[in-house]
Design a protein around this ligand. Structure first.
Ligand code: F6P
Length: 324
């Protein structure tokens, strides 16, 4: 579809919400309006397309949201959209509202949905990485990750007081789905002694031998950060407590990491990427995912915006080894 044919775009957020999504919506809406396009907001992501839950959006619809967590458009994980039937209903809604192109803000599942719209139905779509997990390729950072890591660190700073005062081992589980990125950042940022991630095998015997050795030389407390995709906190606490005989507690940080006021890096990233997405559509380009690499806007085909390899992992493990 050429740029001249795009008169109206739709915007949706999909999958897990993340801090900064609202800044992304605001940027998409206002950038599109400034190009003379009409904008429709789709409520609850792909499910809203299936259910025909679509609202008109204007300049004021996105006022006072740049600093708000969550997403004003709501979000969902739609099983129905994974079916041909669901996708056809979604297309009928797009057609009914004369939406010519779609901007999707979401994580890997949302990217797969966008890819289906493009590949199976040739529908113009551009995606922005809206997920706390930082697990998409084509971008150094995803919208929400900075804030999620910061929120986890604030919580762990509080837990640290108890860890040290009561001379305990604490296992802290963080989110990340199949990626250890959040855990890696949180472990280094909190000064944790151990990091468990799905990308690297670990051995309870070795971890416990290290703890016992540390104890012999006077160490009194430990923090172990586990990514939810590596091992669940209760399981890790049980394994470590039984083997060492030391009092071991666990905390699952859970959804606290997804909420709250977005930090500056997430607001700014989302704002830049929202505008970049609209730019692409106006230029007649679609089927792309936008991100940043070395702080510059980076565009990759949606078909390759897949799972990211975590290139920092070995460096971070070395840091933990040396500094704790
Ligand atoms: O993708 C973001 C994320 O928060 C993951 O880190 C986590 O595994 C998942 O979403 C949790 O999803 P839900 O809120 O649907 O339980």
């Amino acid at each position: 579809m050429s740029s001249t044919e795009i008169k109206k775009i739709g915007v949706l957020t999909s999958g897990g919400d993340g801090p900064g999504m609202n800044a992304g919506i605001r940027s998409v809406v206002r950038s599109a309006l400034s190009e003379g396009l009409e904008v429709a907001g789709i409520i609850r992501g792909y499910q809203g397309l299936i259910d025909d839950d679509v609202i008109p959006m204007n300049h004021r619809s996105v006022a006072n949201i740049i600093n708000r967590g969550g997403t004003i458009l709501k979000t969902a994980r739609s099983e129905e959209f994974k079916t041909d039937e669901g996708q056809k209903k979604a297309l009928a809604t797009l057609k009914k509202h004369n939406i010519d192109a779609l901007v999707v803000i979401g994580g890997d599942g949302s990217y797969r949905g966008a890819r289906d719209l493009l590949q199976k139905y040739n529908f113009p779509v551009v995606a922005l990485p809206g997920t706390i997990d930082n697990d998409l390729c084509g971008t150094d950072q995803t919208i929400g990750c900075h804030t999620a890591v910061h929120t986890a660190l604030e919580a762990i700073d509080k837990i640290r007081d108890t860890v040290h005062s009561m001379e305990r081992i604490f296992v802290i589980e963080v989110m990340g789905n199949h990626s250890g990125y959040i855990a890696m950042e949180v472990a280094v940022g909190s000064g944790a002694e151990e990091l468990l991630v799905p990308e690297r095998p670990f051995d309870y015997e070795k971890i416990c031998a290290k703890i016992k050795k540390g104890h012999e030389s006077g160490k009194i407390s430990w923090m172990i950060v586990t990514a939810e995709g590596a091992a669940k906190a209760p399981e890790v606490a049980e394994a470590i407590g039984t083997r060492t005989g030391f009092e071991t507690r666990f905390v699952v940080l859970g959804h606290i990491q997804r909420g709250g006021v977005p930090l500056a890096p997430d607001r700014i990233l989302a704002t830049r990427l929202g505008a970049a997405a609209v730019d692409l559509l106006v230029k007649g380009e679609s089927g792309k995912a936008v991100g940043v690499v070395k702080r510059q806007i980076n565009v990759v085909p949606l078909t390759v915006a897949c799972e990211k390899q975590n290139s920092l992992l070995e460096e971070y493990y070395r840091l933990i080894e040396v500094l704790t």
